[in-house]
Ligand binder design. Structure first.
Ligand code: PFF
Length: 489
């Protein structure tokens, strides 16, 4: 029994087409359009995957968790969990051909499954929205550093000066708001132009540029005389420095970096051309994402070592350590500007994929034009971004979960989580792994095997191995991450 669909007229028409034509479902196209080729899908999904996670987060968490051994565990997580779940997410999207919310609704109705599975689509949209709100603020930092490098501000700066710059920026709500606003407008403008004229054009230009910039920067790092030291740090495993928690961080990061568990890859999959191979495309996307993370490490660590700086500097690695290093080097302003241009492109192509699931849903169900849907989504995430902005200044003391104790009669609290910490923690460590778990369960256990195989067009041993990993290995790994994140492990 099919329940009546809610939704806009285009969607209803499309659904009734499906009803009338039965198997013609195979050749449906999303009402939002389709990528012009499989290559564009690969570029777009790689654009979503390659972002602040690769260039900002990966190098500093690798630095904090001892380098090589962490990198090895991370690579295993990408191969054993990331790739199988990405294939599942793309196949759900391409079969549903709608926004994640409606894709899940369609698939549960198609297979007569319990309607509760629809909530996966909703949870994804909410997660994407929350991530976008803080992602845009951090991307705004990159924009401001881009401008500062262009104007040569960091030339000859010392450590205290670099720290002061960062503190001045993050301490000023007005400045953070201005950069956050600019980044959100850039993102919204691309999404408002549509799949072909907006998203596709953006990734066609920015992704090749990003790879060229990265190679130039790795080449530059090779001239520092400390390239070998950087490589040794990234690739020599020292298992003494790897804790159980590092493994959980690696697994959670594999999810974040591949944009899994929240519908971004699903909605991009819904625009994927009919005949394109999901498994081969996924391997390319995950390969590109991993390559960029490793190349970013190779571009950053030699520069850090060349200046005798600390690789485990934490989140400040990109915004305090690196400008200091560039400030000391020949051509530092130019290469610093190129570096932050790279970060901006990477964050921009990821942010558009965070907006798209909500925009597609608003167009499908609420009759919005794409431009209004992009504006409404951008505006709402912009407002929520205020919580992150204030976490660094006037709201730095508004924390939860602090450990307080009485010392010499005075209550001293530490380790509290700001709004930004909470948003990052909630999305990266809880919502994305849970979303990934549910995707694996839905594609592996709920959907009919025949439908899954039909969409994937993968047969023989290849399919059996993927299906086994998706049904057993990935869910267990996800549960481990989740339990670790909430402190049970
Ligand atoms: N993968 C992006 C990064 O590594 O920065 C972050 C991200 C984008 C996460 C889109 C989730 C998403 F849907």
């Amino acid at each position: 029994m099919r329940r009546p669909q809610r939704g806009g007229s285009k969607l209803r028409e499309q659904l009734s087409n499906h009803d009338k034509k039965g198997e013609a479902v195979e050749h449906r196209e999303s009402i939002h359009g389709e990528w012009s080729s499989r290559w564009v899908f690969v570029l777009a999904a790689a654009g979503s995957a390659v972002g602040l996670g690769n260039i900002w987060k990966f190098p500093y968490i690798a630095g904090e968790n001892g380098g090589g051994a962490f990198v090895l565990v991370y690579l295993l997580c990408i191969a054993l969990v990331g790739i199988p779940i990405m294939m599942a997410e793309v196949l759900l999207g391409r079969r549903g051909r709608r926004s994640p919310i409606n894709t899940l609704r369609f698939l549960t109705q198609e297979g007569h499954h319990h309607p509760a599975w629809e909530y996966l689509g909703w949870a994804g949209v909410v997660a994407g929205f929350l991530i976008l709100s803080y992602y845009s603020v951090i991307a705004g930092w990159a924009l401001s550093y881009l401008v500062w490098h262009i104007t040569g501000t960091f030339q000859g700066i010392d450590a205290a000066g670099a720290q002061q710059f960062f503190a001045d920026l993050t301490g000023s709500p007005e400045r953070l708001l201005a950069w956050h606003t600019i980044f959100m407008v850039m993102t919204t403008l691309v999404v408002a132009r549509g799949v072909r004229s907006g998203l596709e054009q953006a990734v066609r230009v920015m992704m090749p540029a990003l790879f060229v910039l990265l190679l130039v920067l790795v080449g530059y790092a090779a001239t520092t005389g400390h390239f070998g030291e950087g490589l040794a740090f990234l690739f020599t495993p020292d298992f003494h420095r790897l804790s159980g928690n590092s493994v959980l961080i690696a697994l959670g990061h594999a999810f974040f970096t591949l944009s899994l568990g929240m519908g971004a890859i699903m909605v991009y999959g819904s625009y994927m051309p009919h005949g394109a191979s999901i498994s081969r495309s996924t391997l390319m996307i995950a390969g590109a994402d991993t390559l960029v993370a490793l190349l970013a490490g190779m571009a950053i660590f030699p520069v850090v070592f060349a200046n005798g700086l600390e690789p485990g500097a934490g989140p400040g690695l990109l915004f305090q350590t690196l400008p200091l290093a560039f400030g000391q080097m020949p051509w530092g302003s130019l290469f610093g500007a190129l570096f932050f241009l790279l970060v901006t492109f990477a964050a921009w192509t990821s942010a558009i994929s965070l907006v798209e699931p909500t925009v597609a849903w608003l167009v499908e169900n609420h009759g919005f034009t794409r431009a209004w849907a992009a504006l409404a989504t951008g505006l709402a995430a912009w407002v929520l971004g205020l919580a992150t902005i204030f976490s660094f200044n006037i709201g730095a003391d508004w924390t939860l979960f602090a450990h307080c104790q009485i010392e010499a009669g005075v209550e001293v609290c530490s380790g509290g989580k700001t709004a930004f910490d909470l948003l990052d923690y909630l999305t990266s460590n809880i919502m994305l792994p849970l979303g990934g778990l549910v995707i694996a369960l839905f594609a592996g256990w709920v959907m009919q095997r025949r439908l899954v195989q039909e969409e994937l067009r993968l047969y023989g041993k290849g399919f059996e191995v993927w299906y086994f990993v998706l049904r057993y290995l990935s869910p267990v790994a996800m549960i481990v991450v989740f339990l670790g994140a909430i402190g049970i492990l």
